[in-house]
Write a protein that binds this ligand. Structure first.
Ligand SMILES: NC(=O)c1ccc[n+]([C@@H]2O[C@H](COP(=O)([O-])OP(=O)(O)OC[C@H]3O[C@@H](n4cnc5c(N)ncnc54)[C@H](OP(=O)(O)O)[C@@H]3O)[C@@H](O)[C@H]2O)c1
Length: 237
C-alpha cells in the first residue's frame, strides 16, 4: 500500500507543487485547503491525470475541531498518514510595524504558527513513524520585508521544528524549508520584481524548486532538525 501525505494549503502555490511532487513519488496525497475548493479540485485532477491518488480535505489549520475532523477523514479514507507538510500560511494585512493591529497579528500567528502546532498534534496521534516538513521562510532568518508578525511566525516555525525534531525522534523526523521569495499569489508582482533585484540569482524561485527540497528531506533518513534555505543566495549564513 502506498504511503500517505497530508499537505496543508496543498491546493495552490507552493503547496500544489509539493502535492504534485509527492504524487509523482507515489504518495497518496490529502490536499488540504481552507477557501479555494476549485483550486483543490484542480490539483486533485492533476494528480489523478498522472495516475496518482488524492483526496481533498477542507479545514482551517488554526481551528482545532476542524483539524481533528479533517485528520479523521484522511484516516478513514486512506488509513494512515506517513508524511505531514505544514505549508499553509498567510501574509498580514499590513507590513508596516506601526500599522499592525492585534487582530492582524493574531491571524498571522494563528495560521502560520499555531496552525502547524495544532495540525502536528492531531496528525501525530496517528503517525507512529513518519516525517514532517514545515515550510518556514527567509523572513524567519533575517526578518524579511513583509511584516514583524510574519517574521515572528516564521522564526517560530523554525523553533517549533527544532523542538519537535528532538521530541519526536527517533520515529518521526522533523525538518523545515525556508524559501526566499517564490512565484505564487502570496506576493504581489511588484514585490516579486523588487525582491528579484535583491537576490543574487536575479529572480524569485519557482514553487517546484521548493518542492524539490521537501522531497530531499523525505528521502533522507538521517537529516533531522534541519532547515534548508532555498533563497537564491539572498540570505547566507
Ligand atoms: N511565496 C513566497 O514568496 C514564500 C516565501 C517563503 C515562505 N512561503 C511560505 O510558503 C507557504 C505557502 O505559501 P504560498 O506562496 O504557496 O502562498 P499562497 O499561494 O498564498 O497559498 C497559501 C496556501 O495556504 C492556504 N491557507 C491559508 N490559510 C489557511 C488556513 N487557515 N487553513 C488552511 N489553509 C490555509 C491557502 O488555502 P486556500 O487556497 O484555500 O486559501 C493556500 O493553499 C506559506 O507558509 C508561506 O508563508 C512563501
Amino acid at each position: 500500500m502506498e504511503k500517505v501525505a497530508l499537505v496543508t494549503g496543498g491546493d495552490r502555490g507552493i503547496g500544489r507543487a509539493i502535492s504534485l511532487a509527492l504524487a509523482k513519488k507515489g504518495y497518496a496525497v490529502a490536499i488540504n485547503y481552507r477557501k479555494n475548493k476549485d483550486k483543490a479540485e484542480e490539483t486533485m485532477k492533476m494528480i489523478e491525470e498522472m495516475g496518482g491518488k488524492a483526496m481533498i480535505v477542507k479545514f482551517d489549520v488554526s481551528k482545532r475541531d476542524e483539524v481533528r475532523e479533517g485528520v479523521k477523514k484522511i484516516i478513514d479514507e486512506f488509513g494512515r498518514i506517513d508524511v505531514l507538510i505544514n505549508n499553509a500560511g498567510i501574509l498580514g494585512k499590513n507590513s508596516k510595524f506601526e500599522e499592525i493591529e492585534d487582530e492582524d497579528w493574531d491571524n498571522v500567528l494563528n495560521t502560520n504558527l499555531k496552525g502547524a502546532f495544532i495540525v502536528t498534534q492531531e496528525v501525530t496521534k496517528y503517525m507512529k513513524k513518519g516525517k514532517i516538513v514545515n515550510i518556514a521562510s527567509i523572513a524567519g532568518r533575517n526578518g524579511g520585508t513583509v511584516g514583524v508578525h510574519y517574521a515572528a511566525s516564521k522564526a517560530g516555525i523554525i523553533g517549533l521544528t527544532f523542538a519537535l525534531a528532538s521530541q519526536l525522534a527517533p520515529n518521526i523526523l522533523v525538518n523545515g524549508v525556508a524559501p526566499g521569495p517564490v512565484d505564487t499569489e502570496l506576493l504581489s508582482e511588484e514585490k516579486k520584481r523588487e525582491l528579484s533585484k535583491l537576490t543574487p540569482l536575479g529572480r524569485v524561485a519557482r514553487p517546484e524548486e521548493i518542492a524539490h527540497a521537501v522531497i530531499f528531506l523525505l528521502e533522507n533518513d538521517y537529516v533531522n532538525g534541519t532547515i534548508i534555505d532555498v533563497n537564491g543566495g539572498r540570505y547566507m549564513h
